[in-house]
Ligand binder design. Structure first.
Ligand code: R5P
Length: 309
C-alpha cells in the first residue's frame, strides 16, 4: 500500500500518511508555463496498491486534470491497483438535467476518472448517493455524520432539533437525528436563479430549540445564512451548522461571520487554512483518521461499512 498526494490538499494527505505511518510516494507534480500538469513518480511502484488523494475543489478543472494525469502515470508505472481518494468530489452537483439541454457533468467526470485507469473510488459525503452508480468500479462513500454527532454530544446541546436546509438534505438530517435522538425540521428552499436561495417555509417547530443544520456543501453561504436567519425569526435559540465540504466561494466566510449562526463546524476535505484564518465562528474537524482507516480496510479487504455501525 502506497499513498500518492495530489497538490489540492497536501495538509490532509500528510495527516492521512501520518495516521497510516507511511511516507508519501516520492513524486514531483508541477505546471508548465502554459498551465499543463506534469507528474514524475520518483520511486518504483510496480505491483503496489496505490491510493492517490486529490480533492477536485477550486480550481476544480486544474485539480481534476491533475488527478487524471496522476492516475495515468500510476497505470503506466504498473501499479497493481489504483484507488482514487477524492475527499471532495467536485462537479457532484451537476448530477442530473435540471433544465433541458444541459450536461450531466458528474457522469462525465466519473467516466474520465474510470477511463484514466482508477480501479476504485473512495469519497466522502457525495452530494447524491446515486453518483456511485455513475461508476462501474467500486465506490466507497464515507459519512461525516458520526463525527458530527460526536461533536454535538461533546458540546452538550440540549433541547435539540436537527434541520435539513433543503429537501435534498432530509436523508442526511434524519441520519444525524437518529444518532442524537432528536426530532427534525425541514426548510423549503427555492433557488430563484443559480447561486441565489430563498427560504419559503419551515416545516417543524423550532421555537426555543437549539437548531443543528447539517449539509454536504457550503458554497456561497447563501443557503445556510438564510436558513439561520429564518430559524431565528421563528424563535430558534441558537443555530449550529455542520457541513462536510467547505467550498466557501467569494465572500462566504465574511457572510458567515456576520450571520446569525452561532458556530459552523466543517471538515478538512478542502484545504481552507488560508481562507478561514482568524474566523471566530468556523471550526474544522479533521477527517484524516476516518479516511485513513477506510484506506487501511480497503487495502486489507475488510469491511468499510462497519466503520459506521
Ligand atoms: C445543495 O443542494 C447543496 O447541498 C448545498 O446546500 C449548496 O450547494 C450550498 O450552496 P450555497 O452555500 O451557495 O447556498
Amino acid at each position: 500500500m502506497k499513498v500518492l498526494a495530489g497538490t489540492s490538499n497536501l495538509r490532509l494527505c500528510k495527516d492521512i500518511a501520518r495516521q497510516l505511518k507511511l511516507k508519501l510516494v516520492n513524486s514531483h507534480i508541477r505546471r508548465f508555463a502554459d498551465g499543463e500538469v506534469y507528474i514524475e513518480i520518483n520511486e518504483n511502484i510496480r505491483g503496489n496498491s496505490i491510493f492517490v488523494i486529490q480533492s477536485t475543489s477550486n480550481p476544480a478543472n486544474d485539480n481534476l486534470m491533475e488527478l487524471l494525469i496522476c492516475i495515468d502515470a500510476l497505470r503506466r508505472s504498473s501499479a497493481k491497483n489504483i484507488t482514487a481518494v477524492i475527499p471532495y468530489f467536485g462537479y457532484a452537483r451537476q448530477d442530473r438535467k435540471v433544465v433541458p439541454r444541459t450536461a450531466i457533468s458528474a457522469k462525465l467526470v466519473s467516466n474520465l476518472i474510470t477511463n484514466a485507469g482508477a480501479n476504485r473510488i473512495l469519497s466522502v459525503d457525495l452530494h447524491a448517493g446515486q453518483i456511485q452508480g455513475f461508476f462501474d468500479i467500486p465506490v466507497d462513500n464515507l459519512f461525516a455524520t458520526p463525527i458530527f454527532a460526536r461533536h454535538v454530544k461533546k458540546i452538550k446541546l440540549n433541547n435539540l432539533i436537527c434541520v435539513a436546509p433543503d429537501v435534498g438534505g432530509v436523508e442526511r438530517t434524519r441520519a444525524l437525528s437518529r444518532r442524537l435522538n432528536s426530532t427534525i425540521a425541514i426548510i423549503d428552499k427555492r433557488r430563484p436563479s443559480p447561486g441565489k436561495s430563498e427560504v419559503m417555509n419551515i416545516v417543524g417547530n423550532v421555537k426555543n430549540k437549539n437548531c443543528v443544520i447539517v449539509d454536504d456543501i457550503i458554497d456561497s453561504g447563501g443557503t445556510i445564512v438564510n436558513a439561520a436567519k429564518a430559524l431565528k425569526e421563528k424563535g430558534a435559540k441558537d443555530v449550529y451548522v455542520y457541513i462536510t465540504h467547505a467550498v466557501l466561494s467569494g465572500e462566504a466566510v465574511q457572510k458567515i461571520e456576520r450571520s446569525r449562526i452561532k458556530k459552523l463546524i466543517t471538515t478538512d476535505t478542502i484545504d481552507n487554512s488560508k481562507k478561514i484564518g482568524r474566523s471566530k465562528k468556523i471550526e474544522i474537524i479533521s477527517l484524516a483518521p476516518m479516511i485513513s482507516e477506510a484506506m487501511k480496510r480497503i487495502a486489507n479487504s475488510t469491511s468499510v461499512s462497519s466503520l459506521f455501525k
